[in-house]
Design a protein around this ligand. Structure first.
Ligand code: NZQ
Ligand code: ZN
Length: 393
């Protein structure tokens, strides 16, 4: 096991109707004037926004609202949010929505105390030194941004999707009420589930051996997803299944399942070019990319992929031909994705084979290599996209 530091300071507030406590938590973390940041309307329609406002009113906390966050959140709304916060003297950002809302809230939180352009922090390696505090009321189990130090924003000009990270933008608190996820369309539920599983796989495929505790935690989350996701697709109001998925989503990405060993993240970076270019859901892009990446790299550690096949998808270990077991595991993952309603290839996602050179170019590797489980060149990435073009069951 490698040396590590694990810091997860977010206070998680879990359960039915807990959004009614958000005023209390904003107060606890020093918010006096709040920006309530939300998405395209689901939080208005469900009445959630009104409940959040009532909770702030009850604590005598002032607020202004800024809605309109789109999936793959845009820089343009971030600039608007920064201006609004400066004008209104906002000292706390409260996201009411999914990962896109949270990431936009984090970007605003970074931009308000910074004199330059907030985009300086995205994909350029500039370190974040200051941020307003952020709290979240989560409405979809997916990105894990409610407990993560990351934010991913798309620059509208050129649709360039880039991320940043710092412990300074980990939310102070996150309210997780599984009931709120019952209004999700099945497709969004499945996209979120795919993202959660991908966050675990990015950490499961490691070059550090013998980190058994982390392996087993990863497997617990993956097994939970394999069991619970079909249950919520069948019955969207299944609270217990929703609850398990919601907590799995948070634990999958606050890094407790990644400590003590190397991680990958190539599938995420390769996917971000797809959701950036085509404005598709991140989870759907991952459903297409991740098995394609697995097919490209499994020979690097056949036994690890065979372990996934046996422990997660219940395959029989073929001791004479472990490669067959590894490939069966990848097949089972792709079949699971199809069964929950995800696209599995470029065509189903709405991506085009002829755009592969553009996607590779945007990734910006040039002659260099990525980091990770297997270090990839631009040519390798193009081959992974081609695997995704050809994928079928
Ligand atoms: O905007 P509204 O109307 O709320 O609709 C949203 C949106 O259309 C809808 N939705 C959310 N909760 C709902 C609901 N509809 C009905 N009922 C509810 N309860 O779902 C759609 C998707 O929402 P979004 O916030 O985009 O989903 P998600 O949480 O999957 O976030 C995706 C974004 O997070 C980034 C992704 O790249 C993508 O931009 N990620 C952020 C990470 C991080 N910060 O740590 C890590 C991830 O790997 C990921 O990259
Ligand atoms: Zn993700």
């Amino acid at each position: 096991m490698d040396n590590f530091e694990f810091y997860s300071p977010t206070e998680f507030v879990f359960g039915r109707e807990r959004e009614n406590d958000c005023g209390r938590f904003v107060k606890k973390y020093g918010g006096k004037k709040v920006l309530i940041h939300y998405g395209g309307g689901s939080a208005v329609k469900s009445g959630l926004l009104d409940r959040v406002k009532a909770s702030l009113d009850a604590e005598g906390i002032a607020y202004v609202c800024l809605g309109g966050v789109k999936p793959n959140p845009r820089d343009t709304l971030v600039y608007e949010g920064i201006d609004l916060c400066k004008k209104e003297g906002i000292d706390f950002i409260l996201s009411v929505g999914g990962g896109s809302c949270i990431d936009s809230a984090k970007a605003i939180a970074i931009g308000v105390p910074y004199d330059g352009d907030f985009w300086d922090f995205y994909g350029k390696g500039k370190a974040i030194e200051k941020a307003l505090p952020v709290g979240t009321v989560l409405t979809i189990a997916a990105a894990g941004s409610e407990g993560s130090p990351s934010s991913v924003i798309t620059k509208e000009d050129g649709m360039l999707k880039r991320g940043t990270g710092s412990d300074l933008i980990r939310p102070k608190f996150s309210i997780l009420n599984p009931q709120l996820t019952c209004t999700l369309p099945a497709y969004q539920t499945a996209c979120g589930a795919t993202d959660i599983m991908a966050h675990v796989f990015e950490r499961y495929f490691t070059n550090t051996s013998e980190v058994e505790v982390t392996d087993r935690l990863c497997e617990a989350i993956l097994l939970t997803m394999v069991k619970e996701v079909p249950r919520v697709i069948e019955n969207p109001d299944n609270y217990e299944a929703r609850a398990n998925i919601m907590w799995a989503g948070t634990v999958a990405h606050n890094d407790i399942v990644g400590v003590g060993r190397s991680q990958d993240w190539n599938s995420h970076n390769i996917e971000h070019e797809l959701s950036g270019l085509y404005d598709v859901a991140h989870g759907a892009g991952l459903a297409v990319v991740m098995p394609a990446w697995m097919e490209f790299v499994y020979k690097h550690n056949v036994m690890r992929f065979a372990q996934m096949a046996v422990r997660i998808f219940g395959c029989q270990m073929n001791f004479e031909n472990p490669e067959a077991t590894a490939l069966e595991g990848i097949y089972c993952f792709r079949r699971f994705l199809r069964e929950i309603g995800m696209p599995i290839n470029f065509e189903e996602l709405g991506a085009k084979e002829e755009d592969i050179p553009v996607l590779v170019e945007k990734l910006g590797l040039g002659d260099g290599l990525t980091w990770g489980f297997v270090r990839l060149s631009s040519k390798d990435v193009a081959e992974i996209y081609m695997n995704a073009v050809r994928a079928k069951l």
